[in-house]
Design a protein around this ligand. Structure first.
Ligand code: CP
Length: 307
């Protein structure tokens, strides 16, 4: 039985297969309308979410299945002190697969250790968010035709932004992907990402502070929100929150085929005047995420049947 806790839980070949499946679901959705008849997904969200929880539920319903779960820890028995380990042992009796979001890094790993159903990490603290990454790379592959030979700028809160960490994990496995890490000094990628992933694997990368200095070099610009919920100091958050604001004027310096992605939700880091630019693809990411989550559900449920 497989879990999805990190993008590395799928090999490059398995990832390609999953992206192909997601594409097929996108273009032939009727074929999959009954693929999960009688199946249930539990969505255990100990942290707020709009896209991830609703798209997992939508994904399961698109395939004939149903959903159960909670959208905040305060409406679960976590408030009475129940551990993630006990919760998942209970939920394993109610559902066939589970997506879990938790503020503590590693909580989905604990869930997987005690679960008898597949677990999907739907975001754990500032650590990883693998299904967001799969939606990101599906979108990049659609836009560019390949996941090799391009320069990606990752801009904003690279310290706490878990989608950035997962995306770097996933993309270093492809040929000739260059990373431009654009952040204030205080929000640079954690040491384990810089040292263990980028330096140890001889990946081409640079760290800069000003978006304007590099925007013309990029093929993809991946903007991120400053993660207010992970800051210890309100003053520090306020100092950082509007560090980067991409607007139509700044986009003028970018290539005509440089695409703008963002995992959403956004605050001020992408101005509304960018939304109608044909290079703005963040709502396409949202759309792709449903197909990706359908593909993840099918793939993980298949791994149970193959036991
Ligand atoms: N991208 C993402 O994880 O969005 P939500 O927090 O709304 O789920």
């Amino acid at each position: 039985m497989k879990h999805l806790l990190s993008p590395l839980d799928f090999t490059v070949e398995e990832t390609e297969k999953l992206l192909d499946l997601a594409h097929d679901i996108k273009v032939s959705s009727d074929k999959y309308a009954h693929s999960c008849d009688g199946k249930k997904i539990a969505t255990l969200f100990y942290e707020p979410s709009t896209r991830t929880r609703l798209s997992f539920e939508s994904a399961m319903m698109n395939m004939g299945g149903s959903t159960l779960g909670f959208s905040e820890a305060s409406s679960s028995s976590a408030t009475k002190g129940e551990t993630v380990a006990d919760t998942i042992r209970v939920v394993s009796s109610y559902a066939d697969i589970c997506a879990i979001r938790h503020p503590k890094e590693g909580a989905p790993r604990v869930a997987a250790d005690y679960s008898s159903i597949p677990i999907v990490n739907a975001g754990d603290g500032g650590h990883e968010h693998p299904t967001q990454t799969l939606a990101d790379i599906m979108t990049i592959r659609e836009l560019r035709g390949s996941l090799s030979n391009f320069t990606i700028g990752l801009c904003g809160d690279l310290k706490f932004g878990r989608t950035v960490h997962s995306l770097i994990h996933a993309l270093i496995r492809y040929e000739n992907v260059k990373f431009v890490l654009i952040s204030p000094r205080e929000l640079r990628v954690p040491d384990y990402v810089r040292d263990d992933l980028l330096i140890d694997n001889n990946i081409d990368f640079e760290e800069v502070e000003k978006l304007e200095d590099v925007i013309s070099d990029l093929d993809i610009l991946y903007m991120t929100r400053v993660q207010k919920e992970r800051f210890f100091s309100e003053d520090e958050y306020i100092r950082m929150k509007d560090y980067y604001i991409l607007n139509k004027e700044k986009l003028g310096a970018a290539k005509s085929n440089m695409y703008v992605l963002h995992p959403l939700p956004r605050n001020n880091e992408i101005a509304a005047d960018v939304d109608n630019d044909e290079r703005a693809k963040y709502f396409e990411q949202v759309n792709n995420a449903v197909f990706i989550r359908q593909a993840v559900i099918l793939t993980l449920l298949d791994s149970v049947n193959a036991k």
